[in-house]
Design a protein around this ligand. Structure first.
Ligand code: 4NP
Length: 161
């Protein structure tokens, strides 16, 4: 079986991408695929390097059974394009920032997280909205969108393993 690596990217790496990191990691473990799929997350902004995920993010994740306590924010860098087969941005701004540093010969898949959405309800959405300056609903929506897209992503990757 081949190995696949996935990097989720948002702005601060304290809300959306660590949520995707924790949710996808749990899905991979539950599917018995931990030895074959590597998961990580990073941010395009440097304000929160070394910080744990946002408390509001952790609270919503914990309500749904995900433990994010071991995650720490880091900055995405050019080496990530050597390491990861999939680099998935949470929104168009972050995707544009990634495209700006993506080597011309990158052979992996650089795209949006919500390219893997499954649920009809979310079919019209292409970005995971930034919840940082909003209310609690935003954090719940992040979790719902991410859980759905992670399921779609795992099915897609399974077909490649
Ligand atoms: P994230 O959310 O990109 O989902 O981690 C944000 C976290 C922090 C900031 C913006 C968005 N900030 O401006 O500090």
């Amino acid at each position: 079986m081949s190995n696949i690596s996935v990097l989720f990217v948002c702005l601060g790496n304290i809300c959306r991408s660590p949520t995707a990191h924790a949710v996808f990691q749990a899905l991979v473990e539950d599917s018995g695929l931990s030895e074959h799929i590597e998961v990580d997350s990073a941010g395009t902004g440097d304000w929160h390097i070394g910080h744990a995920p946002d408390q509001r993010t952790c609270a919503v994740a914990a309500e749904h059974g995900y433990d994010m306590s071991s995650l720490r924010a880091r900055l995405v860098d050019a080496d990530d394009f050597d390491q990861f087969d999939y680099i998935l941005a949470m929104d168009h701004d972050n995707l544009a920032n990634l495209k700006a540093i993506c080597p011309a010969d990158y052979a992996g898949s650089l795209g949006l997280m919500l390219d893997y959405t499954v649920a009809e309800t979310f079919a019209e959405m292409d970005e995971v909205p930034d919840p940082y300056y909003g209310g609690d609903d935003g954090f719940s929506l992040v979790l719902e969108l991410v859980e759905d897209a992670c399921a779609g992503l795992l099915e897609h990757i399974r077909s490649r393993l």
